[in-house]
Structures are given as C-alpha cells and as structure tokens.
Write a protein that binds this ligand. Structure first.
Ligand SMILES: Nc1ncnc2c1ncn2[C@@H]1O[C@H](COP(=O)(O)OP(=O)(O)O)[C@@H](O)[C@H]1O
Ligand SMILES: O=P(O)(O)OC[C@H]1O[C@H](OP(=O)(O)OP(=O)(O)O)[C@H](O)[C@@H]1O
Length: 195
C-alpha cells in the first residue's frame, strides 16, 4: 500500500425497536471513544424539533429537508413515525477514507444503507417487550398514543445474517454498552488490518 492510499473504515448501523436503547448504547460508546478521532458518531438530520429531548440531531423543517434531499445532501434518507431522517452525504466520504462511523439507522432502510455504503455492520439492540413499553413511557418524548404506535410498528426481521450482531439491552446499560464497544473495536481493528 502506498503512502497516499487510505484503508476503508466501517459503517455500523444501529437498529432495533423504539425504547430498546439505541441512543443510550451509542451514548455509552461515544463516551468510551471520546478521544478517538477515527470513530465518528453521526448526527442525523430529522424533521423533529431540537428541544424534543433524547438524541442530539440537526433539526430542520419538512421544506428544508426536501431541499437538502434534492441537493443530494443525504447518503441515505427515510420516513418513519411521521418524521423524515437523513444521514449526511459526507459520512460516505469519511468511511471511504478510514473512519469508523456509527449511525442510528432504521430496519426498513437497511437495503438503502447497503446500496449506499456496500459492506456494513448491523447492531440490533433488543429488549423484552414489557421493558420497551416501560422505557418509552418513562422517556416521555412522545404522547401515549405515539408510544403505542411505535410499539406496534411492523418491520422487516433483520435479526439474522453474517453482518448482524444482536445486543440485548434488557438489563443494565453497562452490559449492552460494553458489548457494543467490543463490536466497534473489533470492526475498527478489522478495517485497519484487512485479511
Ligand atoms: N439498560 C437500560 N436500563 C434502564 N433504562 C434504559 C436502559 N437503556 C435505555 N434506557 C432508557 O430507556 C429509554 C429509551 O432509551 P433510548 O436510548 O432512547 O432508546 P431508543 O433510542 O432505542 O428508542 C430512555 O429513557 C433511556 O434512558
Ligand atoms: O424502521 P425502524 O427500525 O422501525 O426505525 C424507524 C425509525 O425509528 C427510530 O427513530 P427514532 O430514533 O426517532 O425513534 P426511537 O428513539 O423511539 O427508536 C429509528 O432510528 C428510525 O429512524
């Protein structure tokens, strides 16, 4: 490999039902990797108010989102829960130049992630159904009606496949968080030392 070539990094797409702890597990890992310049936690563009609580995102109006989409600002975008979500296009360049990027994705949008990024790693965060309902009620970001809609959302089963890692977050956050950190460290090493 010449001095001017860089190795491709990796894209880790975190998915799972509402309330499973995607943002919390990613937050745990972001604290763990806070000193690592080659690991990037992606800030999504969402048509959700910035003061809604939870995930830190770039909040835009529906019209702004449409303009950005039209201008090719997103590597991947999708609709869910009456909202629009976008992954900035520069994530693709960063992964191509060696970054390990971590995004909160969508089970339905996985084919679009594969089309945009090629090889990806999928982390499926899960939790027992009763735990999901309790956590969403306690999180308090959505109305009770919206929480029920989220819990009954029908999505493709993505829990198997060679690129899938299942992480159970029914217990303490530190357990699932550590599992996710180990996965990211493994992918980062693999990207740096391909077979
Ligand atoms: N292991 C855990 N134990 C207790 N509460 C948790 C755990 N993981 C997440 N939570 C809480 O559950 C709620 C939903 O978590 P969140 O990370 O927002 O899930 P998601 O992003 O998958 O919807 C939040 O209030 C969060 O603080
Ligand atoms: O196709 P699905 O896998 O069901 O995912 C649909 C959307 O739900 C989640 O959004 P959001 O973070 O707004 O909600 P959550 O925190 O309640 O999961 C997830 O990040 C996706 O954007």
């Amino acid at each position: 490999m010449s001095t001017f070539e860089t190795r491709r990094g990796a894209l880790v797409v975190v998915v799972g039902p509402s309330g499973a702890g995607k943002d919390s597990v990613m937050g745990f890992a972001a604290r763990h990797f806070s000193d690592c310049a080659d690991i990037h936690f992606v800030r999504r563009v969402i048509t959700r108010p910035s003061d809604a609580g939870g995930e830190v995102h770039e909040s835009v109006s529906i019209a702004e989102f449409a303009d950005m989409e039209q201008a090719g600002a997103f590597a991947v975008s999708w609709d869910a829960h009456g909202l629009k979500y976008g992954i900035p296009e520069d994530v693709r360049r960063n992964v191509e130049s060696g970054t390990t990027a971590i995004v909160n994705g969508s089970r339905s949008a996985l084919p679009a992630f594969r089309a945009a990024f090629g090889d990806i790693a999928i982390a499926v965060i899960t939790a027992e159904p009763t735990v999901l309902a309790k956590r969403l009620a306690e999180r308090g970001r959505e109305s009770e009606e919206d929480v029920l809609r989220r819990l009954s959302r029908q999505v493709p089963d993505v829990t198997t496949g060679p690129d899938v890692t299942l992480i159970d977050n029914s217990g303490r956050l530190e357990i699932a968080g550590r599992h996710f950190v180990d996965l990211v460290e493994h992918l980062r090493m693999k990207a740096a030392h391909p077979a």
